[in-house]
Design a protein around this ligand. Structure first.
Ligand code: FDA
Length: 391
């Protein structure tokens, strides 16, 4: 049976990076993936331009049952270190808002860079991992077409998001088979879905986007909100979806810079003949303003004819729109999987299972999930580096 120093399961962001780091330690490394190509999620990330890190990375940008767990790896492999690699590879990049760094060109440049960095490792594609077990003081990894043994195994098989792209959740099965605890998984960074009543507003507005602020369970985000045929999406919704729990009501501020009731009263004082919808449209997309006023029976109404009570109701509808999602679009479209291998069972410096020396878990399969904005890749690089250098 073929034996190597290290087998990395998963040729995604975390696995590829880990392989490069492990090579610096002079190990013989095999990387396994059932996909036909490595780094498929990198390819589609950031709208094809890969938001490869966020300069504002700090541990509180991550959700986990143990919020401090990620701090050690994130401190030892900083965004600047990744940017240095990107610069070395002469990949052009630019900063969007909030420290988010994107490639100027295609996301696949990042995959190529990672593959270059791990030259010397043996990448085996098109073979699925079926399980890992102890064999004496080694690990035996069962693949579709063979069994390999290794001194160490790094599990980098990601989460359950986007099964169409090869997500299997096999990392959780491996963790469970070695007695590690799991934090219940759920879809994160995912559009929210609604019942008929709220959908009645969303559907006709599909395609309309507006800036909104949502505060919920400790999350506080201000970004674009997008109406869709199925409900709501856009960065502000994706962000808050990771905080939202089934049954929760959300309160959305559709005009975060404006006290809309006060504004409508002010305009009424100066130009009473103006329609309520027209006044709203100064602060909201026209179609949204029209839908809100129509929904309140104020389609043609003029400001001068409205008592304070009505304008206050319109203001509340804009600044405190409350709605109850019935669910999310689930793993089918989620960018990430929340939960995963319980960090209490892992060493924060090496990502090694405390009770299973030589077995490591990195990337998305661990219960560390970043906000939208490049944080998830930074976690993949940092946790991959921690495990790779520990070997
Ligand atoms: P990842 O999922 O990348 O890799 C796991 C690998 O394991 C895959 O190659 C898979 O084929 C393989 N695998 C699974 N089961 C297997 C089995 N049984 N046998 C063999 N191989 C198996 N993040 C960010 O920071 N910036 C961004 O711009 C984006 N954009 C983005 C867009 C979209 C559409 C999605 C879905 C996600 C993002 N993300 C993101 C999130 C980011 O892609 C994610 O956090 C990382 O890819 C996680 O890296 P991992 O290596 O842990 O898993």
């Amino acid at each position: 049976m073929e034996h190597v120093d290290l087998i990395i399961l998963g040729a995604g962001a975390a696995g590829l990076f880990c392989a490069g780091s492990a090579l610096t330690q002079g190990r013989r490394v095999v990387v396994i993936d059932h996909a036909a190509k490595p780094g498929e999620k990198i390819r589609i990330s950031g709208g094809g331009r890969c938001n490869f890190t966020n300069l504002a990375t700090v541990p509180d940008r991550f959700l986990s049952q143990s919020p401090r767990f990620a701090a050690s790896a994130l401190a030892r492999f900083r965004p600047e270190a990744f940017v240095a690699l990107v610069d070395q590879a002469r990949i052009g990049w630019h900063e969007k808002t909030q420290g988010q760094l994107f490639c100027d060109g295609k996301a696949t440049q990042i995959t190529d860079m990672l593959l270059n960095r791990m030259r010397g490792a043996d990448l085996r594609l098109g073979t699925a991992v079926q399980g890992v077990r102890h064999q004496g003081d080694r690990f035996a990894v069962s693949l579709t077409d063979a069994t390999l043994t290794a001194d160490r195994v790094v599990v980098a098989t990601g989460g359950k998001s986007i099964p169409k792209m090869g997500a299997t959740g096999v990392g959780y099965d491996i963790a469970r088979s070695f007695g590690l605890r799991l934090v219940e998984t759920r879809a994160g960074l995912v559009p929210l879905t609604f019942a008929e009543q709220d959908l009645a507003l969303c559907k006709p507005l599909a395609g309309v986007s507006t800036e909104a602020r949502i505060r919920h369970r400790g999350g506080d985000f201000r970004d674009a909100l997008l109406f869709t045929h199925r409900g709501l999406s856009g960065p502000v919704i994706l962000q808050i979806s990771s905080f939202w729990q089934p049954g929760d009501e959300l309160t959305v501020d559709l005009a975060p810079d404006c006290d809309m009731a006060a504004e409508l009263k002010r305009v009424r004082g100066q130009a009473g003949r103006v329609a309520v919808a027209t006044a709203l449209a100064q602060h909201l997309p026209e179609r949204l303003a029209a839908a809100i006023t129509a929904g309140m029976g104020l389609a043609q109404a003029r400001l001068a004819d409205q008592p304070n009570k009505v304008l206050e109701a319109v203001g509340a509808r804009v600044n405190r729109w409350s709605l109850r999602p019935v669910g999310t679009e689930g793993y089918r479209t989620a960018e990430v999987t929340l939960g995963g291998v319980d960090t209490r069972d892992l060493d924060a410096k090496t990502m090694q299972a405390r009770s299973v020396p030589g077995l490591h878990f990195i990337g998305e399969c661990v219960d560390v999930t970043g906000w939208l904005g490049g944080y998830n890749f930074q976690w993949a690089w940092a946790s991959g580096d921690a495990a790779g250098k520990a070997l």
